[in-house]
Design a protein around this ligand. Structure first.
Ligand code: SF4
Length: 314
């Protein structure tokens, strides 16, 4: 039997899982939607990954990262649970040991990580404003009547990207409707959106940071060539996008699971574990988050959907 390691990166929009071998090669991977239920998503993820894994491998370590990392870590009995900053940095350094800046834009948040000689020296995260994230782009694509997969094609066709105020979702949406009604070409609006995502990111997440190359761009939005193009243009630097850029957090945590393995062999049989979920709308502030509280034996072990730390229990 060969040893392998499972890494799970679970966010509010997407759930990513990879299985790596002892040389950090990805031998199985999956990217699915979390659909508001991390427990259900991780069940599906694990069952699918089991089918994809070669039969001569055994799991010797499990790591979890992402906003539901503690809950999922408990569920999978992970030997390591770490935040996304660490996981992304470890994953990226494995492929690009000289990386200086990591740009990351995911489904509902974005981050920047500065690295010097393989060590994290600074970072910033934006979890509160959805403008400029994957979910923002998906909803705008829907509004324009185009598939998100076709976003890049439209953006790259444009010669005159329109200016779109992307400071926040409300402004961006009303500006977009206005531009669409004013008769602008679809490709110019899409390109304008990609450009505004980059500007929004640099003005908020990247504010005050010295962005130097090599720069690696990851997270789901890194697959959008329009956004990559405007990062290159505005930063005047080459932007590296790895083929596994959407899985980098999961890869990083799988590498750490290997490093901190305990000798245990995992079966990945989690279907028997039962968790109770109770949804409610928090009125603690104007965000009005739809919070899903998760209970095990009548004890709340985690909450989901909250945009602040109000329900952080673990
Ligand atoms: S969980 Fe409640 S207090 Fe926290 S951001 Fe959401 S609505 Fe506001």
């Amino acid at each position: 039997m060969n040893d392998c390691y499972l890494g799970v990166d679970i966010g509010s929009i997407s759930t990513k899982g990879v299985v790596i071998d002892s040389n950090h090669n990805v031998i199985a991977s999956l990217y699915i939607w979390t659909e508001g239920n991390p427990v259900k998503a991780v069940n599906k993820l694990v069952n699918e990954l089991k089918k994809k894994m070669p039969s001569n491998y055994q799991i010797k370590g499990i790591g979890t990262t992402g906003s539901a990392r503690k809950l999922i870590g408990l569920l999978l009995d992970a030997n390591i649970v770490k935040n996304e900053i660490t996981a992304h940095a470890i994953g990226t350094l494995n492929y690009y040991p000289n990386v200086k800046t990591i740009l990351e834009i995911g489904g509902q948040d974005s981050k920047i990580i500065m690295i010097n000689n393989g060590i994290i020296t600074d970072y910033a995260m934006n979890t509160l404003c959805a403008a400029g994230t994957g979910s923002f782009l998906s909803s705008q694509a829907k509004r324009l009547g185009i598939k998100i997969q076709e976003f890049s094609k439209y953006a790259l066709k444009s010669k005159n990207p329109v200016k779109i105020a992307a400071r926040c979702t409300v402004f961006a949406e009303s500006d977009l409707i206005h531009k669409a009604q004013s008769g602008y070409q679809k490709e110019d609006i899409v390109a304008g959106l990609c450009r505004s995502v980059v500007l929004n990111y640099l003005n908020n997440v990247g504010k005050g940071k010295k962005i130097t190359g090599p720069i690696v761009f990851q997270g789901g939005v890194s697959k959008n060539e329009g956004v990559v193009k405007y990062f290159k243009e505005i930063l005047k630097e080459d932007i590296i996008v790895d083929k596994n850029s959407h899985l980098m957090g999961a890869i990083g945590i799988a590498i750490l699971a290997k490093k901190y393995q305990t000798g245990k062999v995992y079966s990945l049989d989690i279907n028997h574990i039962k968790f109770e979920t109770k949804p409610f709308e928090c009125r603690g502030c104007s965000n009005n988050c739809e919070v899903l509280r998760i209970f095990k034996n009548n004890k709340m072990i985690d909450a989901w959907g909250n945009r602040c730390n109000k329900y952080v229990k673990l």
